[in-house]
Design a protein around this ligand. Structure first.
Ligand code: ADP
Ligand code: ZN
Length: 207
């Protein structure tokens, strides 16, 4: 099954996609994670992308399109995949229109919920595991349960960048809802609940 997760930043797409990937046994492909890996390793691409990402702006289409096309050709995508964070523009969607998509799960929540959720997010600096200070709390404050790494706040999770990301989402990404509605692929899911509730709804949407 080829699945796209659509929705505003911070809605929990990554968390839901990770669980779904385990459940269905298909890879979770997150352009944000791939880009952050490049930033961490200071690749040429990472160096270019970092300042845009930190400010909450999109990296150029051609960069992510190339990354994704390469990934989707991998053998492990033969039985399906979960796209998280791609496509993010109509142009990106057009670039993969030859690849069959079975479902587009559109996760929704108000700006208030999104801002609250992003500002409570912390990420392990070592293994990348994502915490939420209320819902997915670390046992020891400031440290990762899995690897004892230090928990940080993503640069783009700080207030100025959150505003920008929401603006970019409304302008560039939201039009994809109608784009996929016209193809009859959209299933709406309420993303304002707990991570567990959200996952159950996402699972139902693809079943
Ligand atoms: P979120 O969905 O929480 O905003 P992501 O981890 O998906 O965060 O993305 C982080 C950043 O990576 C984005 O703000 C953007 O700069 C960049 N990025 C990720 N995916 C794409 C994409 N498909 N097109 C352009 N930029 C992207
Ligand atoms: Zn960790």
């Amino acid at each position: 099954m080829n699945i796209v997760l659509l929705g505003p930043p911070g809605i929990g797409k990554g968390t839901a996609a990770g669980k779904l990937s385990k459940k269905l046994g298909i890879p979770h492909i997150a352009t944000g994670d791939m880009l952050r890996e490049n930033v961490a390793q200071k690749t040429e691409l990472g160096v270019k992308a970092k300042s845009l990402m930190d400010r909450g702006l999109l990296v150029p289409d051609d960069v992510v399109i190339e990354m994704i096309k390469e990934k989707l050709q991998n053998d492990d995508c033969k039985n399906g995949f979960i796209l998280d964070g791609f496509p993010r523009t109509i142009n990106q969607a057009e670039e993969i229109k030859d690849i069959k998509i079975d479902k587009v799960v559109n996760i929704q929540a108000s700006d208030e919920v999104i801002v609250e959720r992003i500002s409570r997010r912390r990420v392990c600096s070592k293994c990348g595991f994502i915490y939420h200070l209320d819902f997915i709390k670390p046992n020891r404050e400031g440290f990762c349960d899995k690897c004892s790494g230090i928990l940080n706040q993503r640069e783009d999770d700080k207030p100025e960048a959150i505003k920008e990301r929401l603006k970019v989402y409304r302008e560039k990404t939201e039009p994809l809802i109608n784009y996929y509605k016209e193809k009859d692929l959209i299933v709406d899911v309420d993303g304002s609940g707990t991570p567990e509730e959200e996952f159950e709804l996402v699972l139902k949407a693809v079943s």
